[in-house]
Write a protein that binds this ligand. Structure first.
Ligand code: GTP
Ligand code: MG
Length: 138
């Protein structure tokens, strides 16, 4: 059975949306294998966002991710990687469909980086890599 790494980003934690995100995950039928509130570090984020290094939003993204605690979550379920990406919706909250986490709750207007509430692994390879970064003992 598949596992995926989900993060409730600092905007979501700050706005009190951690429970809402967990509720949507559990209502869908995925189970929680690990949940931990923690503050990211520059080292963790350099690993986690290695694919984005050099892009114009990279600096603001790392700064944003360090701006407060994140809820790091490992979810489990049949095809949960694709499934959570569908629950999350498109990266850009303005065009993410209503009914999705980002479409219902995310913001991008007037911000240096899209504050789109959640991260979700985008492939089995990313999931294994990211779970190793955030939960090396899992
Ligand atoms: P994650 O699940 O967070 O990885 O989102 P994603 O896979 O939908 O997007 P991607 O990995 O391409 O980008 C990572 C994060 O960088 C996004 O979630 C946004 O917070 C931010 N980001 C990505 N693209 C842009 C962009 O073009 N402009 C801005 N301002 N932020 C962006
Ligand atoms: Mg991504």
């Amino acid at each position: 059975v598949q596992r995926s790494l989900v993060l409730v980003k600092p905007d979501g934690v700050r706005r009190g949306l951690s429970g809402e995100v967990l509720r949507r995950i559990e209502t869908k039928g995925y189970t929680l294998a690990a949940v931990e509130l923690r503050t990211a570090t520059a080292e963790i984020l350099a690993d986690h966002y290695a694919e984005h290094e050099g892009k114009p939003f990279y600096g603001p993204l790392v700064e944003f991710m360090l701006s407060g605690p994140v809820l790091a979550v490992v979810i489990e379920g049949e095809r949960c990687i694709e499934g959570f990406r569908a629950l999350a919706g498109a990266t850009d909250p303005t065009v993410a469909l209503p009914g999705t986490i980002r479409g219902d709750l995310g913001r991008d207007w007037g911000l240096a980086v899209q504050q789109n509430i959640v991260h979700g692994s985008d492939s089995p390879e990313s999931a294994a890599r990211e779970i190793g970064i955030w939960f090396p003992n899992l």
